[in-house]
Design a binder for this molecule. Structure first.
Ligand code: SF4
Length: 229
């Protein structure tokens, strides 16, 4: 039999200790005082577009593409009338450009037809937009409308599991678990903190546990998450 570290939260079943959660938040805030959204934008619409483009793409790459994109299509009206092929060319470097162009066109048209060209301010309305799920909706709502929301992307999912904050795999369930243990005013910043820590320390394949300031609070990094197989 060998000891093996698991990359899932299956080893953690009890509800997280509130004191440990508070300590994790404090430590994350101390380590990453400047954690923030990595996408560059000037309006709710631009952030919505940038977030749609960020699927399967880095923020850095999205930020390279959006200045030229927004110079041509600065608002829902212009993007709704965009030539699909030109739109595809402009966003091609972000990957999956045909699907993304389709979403941007459809989303812009719905914004014009049903929302007067404005980005809606509620989760319920946001998720009715083509190409917009809870993750994208929470990014925009939290960032530009100060509506607290937890963004469950690949980093938040992985870190929440490793840190023993959830045992779930489904993003919506993870979101609910986190909402149940994190004070609402901190929902948006929690996402930024976990994403930043995931990008710089808690990598998917080889997390830097030995150098991680969260280690003593982390079931995975401290070995608490180890199981005999
Ligand atoms: S101790 Fe390891 S697994 Fe835990 S948060 Fe740090 S890098 Fe990630």
């Amino acid at each position: 039999m060998t000891a093996r570290r698991r990359n899932t939260a299956s080893a953690v079943t009890a509800a997280p200790d509130p004191d440990r959660v508070r300590a994790l938040l404090a430590e994350l805030t101390r380590i990453w005082p400047l954690a923030e959204c990595g996408l560059v934008y000037r309006s709710p619409f631009e952030l919505l577009v940038a977030t749609i483009l960020s699927a399967q793409c880095t923020d850095v790459q999205v930020n390279r593409v959006t200045p030229a994109l927004f110079a041509v299509y600065p608002d829902p009206r212009s993007m709704a009338a965009a030539d699909p092929e030109r739109l595809e060319e402009l966003i091609r470097p972000t990957g999956f450009f045909r699907n993304k162009a389709h979403s941007l066109l459809a989303c812009s048209r719905v914004l014009m037809e049903k929302h007067g060209g404005a980005v809606p301010r509620t989760l319920e309305q946001m998720v009715t937009l083509p190409g917009v799920g809870r993750k994208t909706a929470n990014v925009v709502l939290g960032e530009v409308f100060a509506v607290p929301g937890i963004v469950v992307d690949t980093h938040v999912k992985r870190l929440s599991q490793r840190l023993g904050l959830t045992t779930a795999n489904d993003p919506e369930k993870i979101e609910r678990d986190l909402m149940g243990i994190i004070p609402q005013p901190l929902w948006t910043v929690l996402s930024h903190l976990l994403i930043t820590h995931g990008r710089h320390v808690c990598f998917a394949r080889a997390p830097l546990c030995d150098a991680c300031a969260l280690r003593r609070l982390c079931p995975y990094g401290s070995g608490e998450g180890e199981r005999i197989s």
